[in-house]
Design a protein around this ligand. Sequence first.
Ligand SMILES: Cc1ncc(COP(=O)(O)O)c(C=O)c1O
Length: 361
Amino acid sequence: MRVPVRSSLMEIEDYKPGESVKGAIKLSSNENPLGPSPKVVKEIVKSIEEGELNLSVYPWERNEEELRDEISRYVGVGASIGKENIVIGAGVDGVLDTLVKIFIEIGDEALIPIPTFSLYESLVKIAGGMPGYVKRKSGEFGIPLDELIPACNEKTKMIFISSPNNPTGNCIPEAEMRAIIESVPKVMVVIDEAYVEFADSSLVNLVKEYENVLVLRTFSKAFGLAGLRVGYAVIPEWLASAYKKVSIPFSVNSIAIKAAIVALRDKEHLRKSVKLVRHERELLLENLQRFLKVYPSQANFVLVDVSPRKSYEAYEELMKNGLIVRDCASFRGAGDSFIRITVGTREQNELVVETLKQISS
Ligand SMILES: Cc1ncc(COP(=O)(O)O)c(C=O)c1O
């Protein structure tokens, strides 16, 4: 006989990752077109072969400490952010999982401006909490503060703000973020900066000033290490002990720790990846906007409105041409005419433009 699973799981949809099809060009998961730093690959292989990285032992605490130290310098907000302000996890996904377990009890609420990354709502529901949704403004996708702030009540424990936001690509201005943080001192404001390396600015300095804000970052995007699953959060120091209690021990493996350290030290590869993406992003936007509605982006993807066609039609046509993009219909509140395209190499982007031009005419 089957043992019944929690009834609340009925309401949770499966996470839908960007699709992969063998031989097709994958522009659906916002990965790095250059891949990881070659130094990372070389160092990992060398460290394993020479026995410095011993896969039969658990990851060492001092290696994790070295990574947290390296991250605190990379984050670069001065001496007041040190390794005690950094926690790591198996991607931002893993860090989010721990954070939700820390703050959400059954019946608690969390606010989510939508459309956005769907994992926030899934994790809140899994924890027995209730997500509350605030629709971003149409047109420019800003957050309506006059709706978000009054929506907080004594049950609200977290607010999730992706900046740059997936899938819309826009950032929240610092003044607006300060207004939110200051209005809700008993709510943890989570700023997800998974795409920040491609943006003009970061909000990480706010962690120094407020006790109710933290910033998430990842090695999956600009550093090209999505397959290794490493992410981190810059947190106020008081939160570190709760994080340590709740997070799964050794959730970041020793190869991932080593890779992240080497990736942070290879500044040239990071610079090259960011430069390529920013340049190609603007070119892609310029070419697409000649015949479609596109939105400015601070991330490594662009949002395209394919109206009057439906997003699934454009998705299928692109797929027939060997291009996989993201049909945004699966994002709560996104409607059915948006697709999200990861910025690829020049050749890949040109193929996207050509194909979209053909199906739009
Ligand atoms: C806004 C946002 N946060 C987090 C993630 C996941 O990051 P990670 O690979 O570090 O788990 C994604 C992935 O697409 C994302 O779009």
